[in-house]
Ligand binder design. Structure first.
Ligand code: ADP
Ligand code: MG
Length: 362
C-alpha cells in the first residue's frame, strides 16, 4: 500500500468563462473517485483518482481529506507533503492560501491556514512534560535556484543532508512562531517578498515553485528525547505548455526548467507508487531533493491536481489529469458500462486492463 494519494480538484467557472460558455463544463462527475472528461476534440475519457473534488467542493473538505492525516503524522514525528499541480489559473494558490493568507475566513481559508491551526491545536493539548516548538520557513525555487522568501538577501541556498537532520536547506531562515496569527503574519511577509522579487526581476509568480515548510519539534523534559515532524506544502509553478504563450528567450528557458522539475517530481512519485525498490531519482531537481525526506518511506504524499472545468482549458486540464494518472494509476475504470446504459451517453471506450487504459490516455 503506497503512501501516495492523488486527488483532483475542479475550481468553479469564473464569471468570464460563464459569459463565453454559459454553464458548459468538460467534467461530468460519476462519483467521489471518478468522472468523465469531455473534450470536443477527443473521445470521452473516464478518469479515476483517490478522490475528486468537484466545482462545489469546500476548502474544509480539501483539508480534511488531504491534510488531516498528515497533521497527525507530524505530531507523531513523521513527515508529509501536499503538492498542488496544474496550469496557471487552475486554483493551486486558492487551495493553498484561500483568497488571502491573512483574511481569516473560516469558510475560505486554504490548506496553509488550516494546517497551521491544526498543528497548534495538537501542540496545545500535549502534556506538560513536553516542550513543543513550531518553526517555519518559506522558499521559492526559480530556475533551479532556491531563494529565501523570509530573507531576500539569501537568493541561492544549497540543499544539504545531515546525519541527524535529514535533508535541509543550509542557512534558510527558520522562524519560531508561538501561535497561528504569528505564523500567518510571517508567511504574509514571505508572500509580499515574493511579489517584490518578482517586480524587481520582472517575473510572474506562476513561474516559480513556492514551498511552505513547517517543523514541529517536541522535547521531553523527562528523557530529553526529541521528536521532529515536518510538513511541506508546495504551490507548484504553472504546468502550462510553453508553445501556447509563444515563449521565447527567458520565458522558454523558464518553461523548460519548470517542465524538467515537474517531470522529475512525476518520476519520483511514480517510482514510489509502483513500489519499485532501488533508485528513486530525487537528485534530478532541486524540488525533489528538498522534498526527499517528505516523500516516500513512511511519509504521506498528496498530489492535488487542480483543473479548470472550462471547455477552453480542456487541453491543459487533460494534460494535468494525465500527469496525475502517470504518477499513480488508481484502478481500471470498469464502472463506465453502467453509466453509459443508464444515461445513454455517447459511447465511451472501455478498458479491461490497467495497461490498456494507460496506453489509451497517456
Ligand atoms: P493558480 O494558483 O493555479 O494560478 P488561483 O488559485 O490563483 O490559480 O486561481 C485562479 C482564480 O480562480 C482566482 O481568482 C481564484 O480566487 C479563483 N479560484 C480558484 N479556485 C477556486 C475555488 N475553489 N473557489 C472559488 N474561486 C476559486
Ligand atoms: Mg498561483
Amino acid at each position: 500500500m503506497s503512501n501516495v494519494t492523488v486527488c483532483v480538484r475542479f475550481r468553479p467557472l469564473s464569471s468570464r468563462e460563464r459569459k463565453i460558455h454559459e454553464d458548459s463544463v468538460c467534467v461530468q462527475g460519476l462519483d467521489a473517485e471518478s468522472f468523465v472528461f469531455k473534450d470536443d476534440e477527443e473521445e470521452d475519457i473516464t478518469f479515476c483518482f483517490d478522490r475528486v473534488f468537484y466545482q462545489d467542493s469546500e476548502q474544509a473538505d480539501i483539508y480534511e481529506f488531504l491534510a488531516l492525516p498528515i497533521v497527525a503524522d507530524v505530531i507523531n514525528g513523521m513527515n508529509g507533503t501536499i503538492i498542488t499541480y496544474g496550469q496557471t489559473g487552475a486554483g493551486k494558490t486558492y487551495s493553498m492560501e484561500g483568497p488571502s493568507i491573512l483574511e481569516c475566513d473560516e469558510h475560505k481559508n486554504g490548506l496553509v491556514q488550516r494546517v497551521v491551526d491544526g498543528l497548534f491545536e495538537h501542540m496545545k493539548s500535549s502534556t506538560d512534560t513536553v516542550t513543543c516548538t513550531m518553526k517555519l520557513s518559506m522558499v521559492e525555487i526559480y530556475m533551479e535556484k532556491v531563494r529565501d522568501l523570509l530573507d531576500l538577501s539569501k537568493d541561492n541556498l544549497q540543499i544539504k543532508e545531515g546525519r541527524n537532520q535529514g535533508i535541509y536547506i543550509a542557512g534558510v531562515s527558520e522562524i519560531t512562531v508561538a501561535n497561528t496569527s504569528e505564523a500567518l503574519c510571517c508567511l504574509a511577509r514571505g508572500i509580499a517578498n515574493r511579489a517584490v522579487g518578482e517586480t524587481q526581476m520582472n517575473l510572474a509568480s506562476s513561474r516559480s515553485h513556492c514551498l511552505y515548510v513547517f517543523l514541529v519539534q517536541q522535547e521531553s523534559a523527562i528523557d530529553k528525547r526529541l521528536k521532529i515532524g515536518k510538513i511541506i506544502l508546495v504551490d507548484l509553478a504553472g504546468s502550462e505548455k510553453a508553445d501556447k504563450t509563444g515563449a521565447c528567450g527567458r520565458a522558454l528557458e523558464e518553461a523548460k526548467t519548470i517542465n524538467k522539475s515537474l517531470s522529475a517530481l512525476g518520476n519520483v512519485i511514480n517510482a514510489l507508487t509502483t513500489g519499485k525498490t532501488g533508485h528513486i531519482p530525487y537528485r534530478d531537481s532541486k524540488l525533489t531533493r528538498i522534498l526527499q525526506d517528505t516523500l516516500g518511506g513512511n511519509s504521506r504524499t498528496v498530489l492535488l491536481c487542480c483543473c479548470s472545468p472550462s471547455p477552453s482549458d480542456a487541453s491543459e486540464s487533460l494534460s494535468t489529469l494525465r500527469f496525475g494518472t502517470r504518477t499513480k494509476l488508481i484502478k481500471t475504470p470498469m464502472k463506465i458500462n453502467s453509466f453509459e446504459e443508464k444515461d445513454n451517453k455517447k459511447p465511451i471506450t472501455n478498458y479491461h486492463t490497467q495497461s490498456e487504459f494507460r496506453d489509451r490516455i497517456l
